[in-house]
Ligand binder design. Sequence first.
Ligand SMILES: *Cc1c(COP(=O)(O)O)cnc(C)c1O
Length: 467
Amino acid sequence: MKLIFEKSASGRKCSILPKCDVETVELPKELRREVKPALPEMSETDISRHYTELNHRVHGVNCGFYPLGSCTMKYNPRIDEEMAALPGFTAIHPLAPKHTTEGCREVLDTIRKYLCEVTGMADMTFQPSAGAHGEFTGVLLIKQYHDSRGDTKRKKIIVPDSAHGTNPATAAMCGYDVVNIASAPNGCVDLEALKAVLGDDTAGLMLTNPNTVGIFDENILEITRLVHEAGGLCYYDGANLNAVMGVVRPGDMGFDCIHMNLHKTFATPHGGGGPGAGAVGCKDFLAKFLPHSAMMEGEGHIQVRGFAGNFLVVVKALTYIMTLGREGIPEAAKNAVLNANYLMRRIQGTFEPAFDRICMHEFVLDLSGFKKETGVTALDVAKSLIDYGMHPPTMYFPMIVHEALMLEPTETESKDTLDWAAEVYRKLYELGHTDPEYMHGAPHNAQIGRPDEVKAARNPIVRYTRA
Ligand SMILES: *Cc1c(COP(=O)(O)O)cnc(C)c1O
């Protein structure tokens, strides 16, 4: 496909500006360009075709099944976008006089109330713009708490090895020593390992729950009790709240603060690095440390972003919550869990789950046995799925499972889609045994085959230089 610059033809244009009806003013010479900007010149038809062609080359939730584990690529209802596009929300200025932004403040107040109820927390900030940013904010709350009590010997944050990779990174960014603990064979936190590292130097524990193998920790109450007994605080990574929202509350499980990715669970599309929101909630005793936006009252000690964060993401989340309502939120969670378990069991017998137990919103397949038998890797399977018009699942994550494929079908997929997906997986299992070579070469029908992923990540060419 040609780049838009290569399609450009001198003199073509698609907009005709209205005749100027005010007096023209010449800009001083030093403010003017000497060379015309090198913008593509195209007709409206050509531009429209260009972007439609690009659109067809991309796989998104609107094109087909996209079961990316840990990332919750779920369908986001159109109405959420419509609400976020209302001029009353898009055309405000963060420094606008208070009496003109009452509606926006009501949005923040309302969603704060709802999400505090969903999580069992007392207060919440919407400043952080991503999950990792929320974690950073949450762990700073923990730090400020200990500091405010003069308890400065607490230097360690405990992070189980089934945590999301951002958890240890966050703890380190906040200046803590990260203490890793191994999981028990059943995928949960090993209580003995936890007890062994707890002490008066423990600042807190960060727990991803359900964890990155899709398991809800069955000892969760005991875990938070042990950490509190040692004087530490408990942080809940609720980036994906899909399995538990409206069903159980992290606050009731003993957690002191939490972040949620509104761009995973609460209906903002993500994946292209677009705007997100990592709302951070906390219990009453931490609330005085929360950062608050200039629009809101409050005397936060820290600021992690300007103003109210990515406000329009918050508008989408509120719309999502209000359209689903008190019955719909837990129903979405239960369907997410049901779909994941259904798909896992339909695939089982060919590719095997890493943990043969009920999962939450996602599950992990362990292909190490399959690889030993056939030489076909998890990467080969992932690439082969592309030929079927299905987005590959998350690969080689979590790292505690070798040859891992991690699937999260999400709540909105129909039984037909899940049956089809399971059938494709079963076919690929057969194909691995009969024609492994073919799978090593997959995908065979995609726009691009196997790019050099390291090079693509390290040396991306994202800028066009005119010849
Ligand atoms: C996605 C995710 C994060 C990080 O969120 P970002 O918005 O990508 O920074 C943290 N924890 C878990 C469990 C996640 O799934």
